[in-house]
Design a protein around this ligand. Structure first.
Ligand code: MLT
Length: 392
């Protein structure tokens, strides 16, 4: 019996699922694991969002199929968020689409816009889904290295001309996972210009757009004039409102691309459960102080972790966004070796940088999404490794 397609055989299992499997194996053997691997907020979903969900559950109309592209209230809430936050106008009917989380949307969008053999430009390191979704769509991908010296931004001018000529799609992701890097509007202007000159669809994954601190506010690509002609942007409620398990996100921008995604999705899934969309709309429409409170908690956790790493000789630096720290491994270790050593001696899970692509080798990622007491416990255990890593 054939139990797997060739294209599925071309991709590995989802790395975070593998890490989770290993975590539960270790827990079963009695290890006290502190999981700073996956970016999955421990902070509770704010009460006003949960209450709205509960209210909506009581409405029998909500047990029926949701609307495919998203209910009007959710789409309008996303459009209002863009108007309020960035001064960008979106048509809720044609330029906004609800998603079962941005991961789902990214995966399905590649099926909707990529033909076998099409080339896709993908930042390296980056969220593994961009690469895997490209392979599943039978496209080929070309890494755009993100280097610390260039603020973890791709250099468009050094991409090989032939590769650029064949490219139909380019991913960007700011604020960036895994590096925590941020960009200004000038960068988006360059990206839009590059995409326009080369007839490329620009996909900006902006899942961490609200998880910012130190006074930084993330721009949107749609603040660049003409961006709607060639770009879509993904957003998520997962990290900003601690709603990873709810599965709610959106895509906005070019209406033809959104229409293609909509056609694909309507043949595959039937949208997001309406109470979740209504609660999501309520999250976007309500007072945003809960987001700021969460951001301040991540910032403090990050500062404490950076201090601990520096105290044992590991060079960690602060960022202005995301729930991640992207840290070079100490000399003499590969990413995998270092993460395995930390796990063995402390029970703390980090993500090895190579999970995010070849340019991630030499780094590891820390997710600040365990409770503050558990992060403090991780810090305590890491500090005990001082003699192992501290270069004298
Ligand atoms: C991450 O840790 O990079 C993401 O939260 C993983 C995911 O979305 O599956």
């Amino acid at each position: 019996m054939k139990y797997r397609s060739t294209k599925l055989s071309n991709i590995p299992p989802y790395q975070f699922a593998e890490i989770q499997k290993r975590k539960y194996e270790l827990i079963d053997t009695g290890v006290d694991i502190i999981d700073l691997g996956v970016g999955d907020p421990d902070l509770p979903t704010p009460d006003h969002i949960v209450s709205r969900m509960i209210d909506e559950l009581g409405n029998p109309a909500n047990s029926r199929y949701p609307s495919f592209g998203g209910c009007q209230e959710f789409r309008e809430a996303v459009a209002d968020f863009y108007r309020r936050t960035y001064g960008v106008e979106l048509d809720p009917k044609t330029e906004v689409h609800a998603l079962i989380g941005s991961k789902e949307g990214i995966g399905h969008l590649m099926q909707a816009v990529v033909d076998p053999g099409d080339s896709v430009l993908i930042p390296d390191p980056s969220y593994p889904v961009y690469r895997m979704a490209t392979i599943l769509a039978e496209g080929s991908y070309h890494p755009m290295p993100l280097e610390a010296e260039n603020g973890f931004k791709p250099k468009f001018s050094i991409i090989d001309k032939d590769i650029v000529n064949n490219a139909t799609v380019m991913f960007l992701n700011y604020p960036n996972n895994p590096t925590g890097a941020t960009v200004d509007l000038e960068f988006y202007k360059q990206a839009v210009d590059f995409a326009k000159r080369n007839d490329i669809l620009l996909i900006n994954d902006s899942a961490y757009n609200m998880v910012t601190y130190n006074g930084y506010k993330a721009p949107t690509v749609f603040q660049v004039s003409g961006a709607k002609n060639l770009a879509v942007e993904f957003g998520s409620l997962s990290k900003s409102y601690s709603m990873t398990g709810w599965r709610i996100g959106y895509v906005v921008g070019n209406k033809d691309v959104i229409n293609s995604l909509s056609i694909y999705k309507s043949n595959i899934d039937t949208g997001v459960f309406t109470p979740i969309q209504k609660a999501g709309a309520h999250a976007l429409n309500s007072d945003q102080s809960c987001v700021e409170e969460h951001n301040q908690i991540y910032k403090k956790r990050g500062e404490a972790m950076i201090k601990a790493l520096q105290s044992i000789g590991i060079k960690a630096e602060t960022t202005n966004a995301t729930i991640f720290l992207w840290v070079p491994v100490p000399e003499g270790y590969t990413s995998e070796q270092f993460v395995a050593t930390i796990l063995e001696h402390t029970g703390v899970i980090f993500t090895p940088g190579n999970v995010f692509g070849p340019s991630g080798e030499g780094y590891f990622r820390i997710s600040l999404s365990a409770s503050t007491p558990r992060i403090n416990e991780a810090i305590k255990r890491i500090k005990e490794l001082k003699d192992r890593f501290l270069v004298q």
